[in-house]
Write a protein that binds this ligand. Structure first.
Ligand code: NCD
Length: 314
């Protein structure tokens, strides 16, 4: 696909070539910020966040100011949602006020699709339930692209809460699409049942590209990047029986783990926020091999480029 259309709801419909081109364009605005100055400004952009956020919301806000768009935020906690207004009526209200672009985060998977169907505005999904988080995926993949300039032949290990994490779902799909090999590591309770067939049912060739490991030693030995995920306690259902002490003992990654494996050269990633000393040690998060701050920084440029494209194509 060579255009975004009106919305960015997931990364499924973006082709590998489109993503490579998108990264080259993003690199350009990162290296020459003045290249955005000629953009058609004064567009109205509204965030609608039903879940907490620090980096995603603030990076969208900063990106808005980079393109001189007008940033609006509907603070859900103090909005008429608290008076019982339905999601549909909130959408209708925003429609009447008139926004060029709405950026939504919602605890229900699919909410951005419902919004897109019922609004005149463009829509960006900034995370829906355990479903998808396309702008985080583009930020994470752009960070990998900046380091390696390619995805083919790269091996990326993803450790932790793959089951409840929307970032995991979008990142796995994105990385497989780009041609990387994925190792999924973590307790069985936090990995989708039959994870290999799940992804190979999307595309047959993915079967040889994704493996599951309960222990981290073997996959870390061969990986270029290790991406840890936040344990999504808020999404656990009643039946998830996970003991955090067991998680820390078996899957927490720190500098000692990497030095025992002689893998001090591996890059560490995490979409944030990190539960330090559960997923990764504080020392590792703030070490030289950590790309976590880069992921946040790149999130601004990636989100800026997405907004420019959506507003341009309108
Ligand atoms: C993620 C999210 O909200 O999905 N955070 C983010 O946007 N960077 C990951 C998380 O909450 O664990």
């Amino acid at each position: 696909m060579n255009h975004l259309g009106n919305h960015l709801l997931d990364i499924d419909h973006l082709s590998k070539d489109y993503i490579y081109d998108f990264f080259k364009e993003t690199e350009k605005i990162k290296n020459t910020p003045e290249s955005s100055k000629n953009f058609n400004h004064n567009k109205n952009i509204c965030t609608l966040f039903y879940e907490n956020s620090t980096r995603t919301k603030l990076s969208f806000q900063k990106a808005c100011s980079n393109i001189n768009a007008v940033f609006h935020n509907l603070d859900i906690q103090t909005s008429s949602v608290n008076k019982g207004e339905t999601f549909y009526n909130t959408i209708k209200t925003i429609n009447s006020i008139g926004m060029d672009l709405i950026i939504i985060r919602h605890y229900s998977s699919g909410a951005p699709y419902f919004l897109a169907k019922n609004t005149k505005s463009s829509v960006i999904n900034a995370g829906d339930g355990a479903h998808a988080h396309p702008t985080q995926t583009l930020s994470d993949l752009f960070t990998i692209f900046e380091n390696s300039k390619k995805f083919e032949d790269l091996e990326i290990s993803i450790i932790g809460d793959v089951l409840y994490s929307r970032v995991a779902r979008s990142n796995i799909l994105g990385l497989l699409k780009m041609g990387s090999k994925i190792n999924i590591i973590g307790p069985r309770e936090l990995v989708p049942v039959d994870v290999i067939n799940l992804y190979s049912s999307i595309e047959k060739s993915y079967k040889n590209k994704i493996n599951y490991y309960e222990d981290y030693e073997k996959p870390i030995l061969s990986s270029d990047f290790l991406m840890a995920l936040r344990i999504q306690k808020e999404r656990f259902d009643k039946n998830t029986d996970l003991n955090f002490d067991t998680y820390i003992t078996n899957w927490k990654i720190d500098t000692k783990v990497l030095s025992n494996l002689d893998r001090e050269d591996i890059f560490i990633m995490h979409p944030g926020p990190v539960n330090e000393e559960i997923e990764l040690s504080h020392e590792l998060v703030h070490s030289e091999k950590s790309l976590i701050s880069k992921q946040v920084e790149n999130g601004v440029y990636v989100r800026q480029k997405i907004m420019e494209k959506l507003l341009d194509e309108k």
